[in-house]
Ligand binder design. Structure first.
Ligand code: DGL
Length: 271
């Protein structure tokens, strides 16, 4: 592992590309290896034990490429943390999930100390987002809501503003959060930024939305700077994508998630 090594990023599907999108803006000279475990998605409906097993396999897969850092760009994967022992023989300078960076950003942002969290059922059940907020702002009022239907809606191209089906689901899931007048909403699943225009429209412009994928990317940049591990090259970084199910299906979603056309290669793999 050296400064020239790539950054490894993983998610159950394409959601983690919201993190990659931010990384390529912040660190345009870094190579990135991305894994979307599409054959086993969604993670958000699985047990902690199953998610832990998947996360270990995802990390082991990325390790083969000699990555210098790994980002679990998935709220659900971030809600289980591999043991210190697991990392003993893995040669990376840092591992991060999305939860810590996202919570810090939300706690800095809120004025009225009312924070909403939407994420997958597994992430909400783990209580990690809620507990971490309370550590920073003990008297915060936290409104947490699992939104399991958002992931398939996004994966199936139902995210565009004005989509009637998704609009109904947004209203159903977010009515409590709207009523509680939160001023900050954590999009705790990396798929959810694709629904941001619809969510913002429903909650109003005064509510600040925090994207977990983007916050994790900012955090990763800081860590690499601190550890003096940035890639010194002046060339554009390369992005290599792996998925565990059909490349064709994955490709359709990749274009939606990545705003600009990046120099990408997509390959299928098994874990
Ligand atoms: N992107 C994943 C997350 O951030 C959710 C998708 C899934 O359920 O697999 O939690």
């Amino acid at each position: 592992m050296t400064n020239l090594s790539p950054i490894g990023v993983f998610d159950s599907g394409v959601g983690g590309l919201t993190s990659v999108r931010e990384l390529t803006k912040l660190l345009p000279h870094e190579d990135i290896i991305y894994l979307g475990d599409t054959a086993r998605m969604p993670y958000g409906t699985k047990s902690q034990q199953t998610i832990s097993k998947y996360v270990s396999q995802d990390i082991k897969f990325l390790e083969q490429f000699g990555v210098k850092m790994i980002i679990a760009a998935c709220g659900t994967a971030s809600s289980v943390f591999p043991t210190q022992d697991f990392f003993k023989n893995i040669d990376i300078c840092a591992y991060t999930g999305v939860i810590d960076p996202t919570i810090k950003a939300a706690c800095q942002q809120t004025q009225n100390k009312r924070i909403g969290i939407i994420a997958t059922a597994a992430s909400i059940r783990s209580g990690m987002y809620q507990n971490e907020i309370k550590k920073i702002i003990p008297d915060a009022e936290v409104v947490a809501k699992a939104c399991p239907l958002f992931v398939p809606l996004v994966e199936n191209g139902y995210a565009k503003l004005g989509n009637k089906v998704t609009q109904l689901v947004v209203e159903e899931y977010l009515s409590d959060i709207k009523q509680k007048q939160v001023d900050t909403l954590i999009l705790g699943c990396t798929h959810f930024p694709l629904l941001a225009p619809m969510i913002q429209n429903y909650l109003g412009e005064d509510v600040k939305l925090i994207s977990s994928g983007a916050e994790a990317a900012k955090f990763a940049k800081n860590i690499l700077e601190q550890k003096n591990m940035l890639n010194p090259t002046k060339e554009s970084g390369k992005l290599k994508l792996f998925c565990t199910d059909s490349v064709e299906l994955f490709k359709e979603n990749v274009d939606t998630f990545l705003e600009h056309n990046l120099n990408t290669e997509i390959l299928q793999t098994s874990l």
